[in-house]
Design a protein around this ligand. Structure first.
Ligand code: FAD
Length: 426
């Protein structure tokens, strides 16, 4: 029998997949994943769009009928989105690979080496610019003319395979987009075990050691044991497991709220465009072209055919003031968040106006968010260990939960760099 130490990794998204791939070999790894295989959106969008008039798309939660791995939860004033299944939320991501570790560096945590490794190993590229459609090029020029300093987005993708279908966030049909399922596959090839449909519910802790991990596997109670446990169930999943195990979390949830400002623009064809091909960084938010499927199906203002809609996304760095206990998510826009959002909406309206969309015809999307994190934030105290003192000695957290601040920016690459650093410390 092997006397290799064992590790349980909970979740297979940005944090979990990296940890599992890095640890397998040094440890015998088992991945416990709540969901199953990722299933892309496979129905004809045109026909479904026609159904919008019948009022069949009642509530955002129904998106699961179209995209089973997308979980949608509602707070008082926004819709929260995450991916449950192999690859976690990375399967729904638009593939943006942005380094954004200023708040982590400010704590004295240096991720240079980890980012360099990720740039070396992953298909991160701006080559997609060569394949941009006319409408993307024109939008880029418009941003430039307005002094918004747009930068081509580095993407996790094999650019030559991209057919500019605009389906990045609902299941790339050509395999051009990279997501963390590739790392899970590698870990499994190297001997890791993968248990899907296995929702971890809590941990037994004795003498500052995790003794057992409790889960529902295909709905049946199971118990797992290992020398080391890593929670990577995401910014909404991990805090709940910690709380159910008697470990307090802080009410510092951020989510990076997203709002699209849109309007009619006959034949623009933004539906057949790489999502977020470029980004304009502003103070506290970003602006980027984005076709918003949630608003398109569930927001009554979005009744036009997709090809005739121009849409600019605002993504905001929000105040870290939310909380969840698993039953309820308490998160709303603070007055500062709203002030920032109003400023961003005004800028987006001006962009659209210059694109030929009169302000009186413009409409807003549904306020939503897909970057939850921050409920066990790193501080200077964890600078060298990346391990909080409230955690048992053999328990680590490696996902968005430990990010110290909201970014208002794509966080996946930074979460992966942090997870690599944690793996190196173990
Ligand atoms: C539509 C959309 C587009 C996005 N696009 C980008 C982008 O282009 N670039 C970018 O950087 N970021 C993007 N993001 C955000 C990014 O995907 C997430 O921030 C990132 O994946 C979070 O990583 P994580 O490891 O914290 O959690 P996740 O990737 O969400 O992984 C959590 C994993 O844990 C599993 N899990 C949850 N609870 C349990 C449990 N109790 N037991 C077992 N398993 C559990 C889940 O199934 C999942 O596999 C996007 C998000 C959305 C919603």
């Amino acid at each position: 029998m092997s006397n290799k130490k064992t590790a349980l990794v909970v979740g297979s998204g940005a944090g979990g997949a990296v940890i599992a791939r890095e640890l397998q070999g040094r440890y015998q790894v088992t991945i416990l994943e709540e969901g199953g295989d990722f299933k892309p959106f496979s129905l004809p969008i045109g026909k479904l769009a026609a159904l919008r008039r019948t009022g069949v798309f009642l509530a955002e939660r129904m998106i699961r009928l179209l995209l089973p791995n997308m979980r949608v939860e509602k707070t008082k004033d926004m819709v929260l989105v995450r991916g449950i299944g192999l690859g976690g939320t990375s399967t729904l991501a638009t593939g943006n690979a942005v380094r954004y570790d200023g708040s982590i560096r400010a704590l004295g945590i240096d991720l240079d080496e980890q980012f360099e490794e990720l740039y070396r190993e992953l298909p991160i590229t701006t080559e997609h610019q060569k394949h941009w459609t006319d409408s993307t090029r024109k939008m880029f020029q418009m941003f430039e003319q307005m002094g918004l300093n747009p930068l081509v987005t580095p993407k996790l993708m094999w650019a030559p395979q991209c057919v500019e279908c605009g389906h990045c966030a609902i299941g790339c049909p050509t395999g051009a987009k990279w997501d963390t399922r590739a790392l899970v596959e590698e870990a499994v090839k190297n001997g890791a075990s993968l248990v899907t449909d296995c929702r971890v519910t809590g941990l037994d802790i004795e003498n500052k050691t995790v003794k057992a991990v409790h889960a529902l596997h295909h709905g049946r109670r199971e118990t797992y044991q290992a020398d080391l446990v890593i929670l990577s169930a995401g910014g909404l999943g991990t805090p709940v497991i910690l709380q159910h195990s008697g470990i307090p979390t802080s009410g510092s949830l951020f989510v990076d709220p997203v709002l699209c400002v849109a309007g009619p623009r006959e034949g623009l064809g933004q539906d057949r465009q790489l999502l977020m091909p470029f980004i304009s960084q502003q103070d506290g938010f970003i602006l980027s072209p984005y076709m918003d499927y949630l608003s398109f199906f569930f927001n009554r203002s979005w009744r036009l055919p997709m090809r005739n809609i121009a849409s600019i996304m605002i993504k905001l760095a929000d105040e870290e003031t939310g909380d969840t206990d698993g039953r309820r998510i308490d998160k709303s826009m603070s007055s500062d968040d709203q002030r920032q959002m109003d400023k961003a909406v005004d800028m987006s309206r001006e962009i659209l106006e210059r694109m030929g969309v009169p302000e009186k015809e413009q409409f807003l999307g549904t306020l939503n968010a897909g970057h939850p994190g921050g409920m066990l934030p790193l501080t200077e105290k964890e600078r060298d260990t990346l391990h909080h003192s409230v955690l048992p000695d053999n328990l680590y957290v490696a996902d968005a939960t430990i990010l110290p601040r909201s970014m208002g920016n794509p966080p996946m690459l930074t979460i992966m760099a942090l997870a690599r650093k944690i793996a190196a410390l173990l």
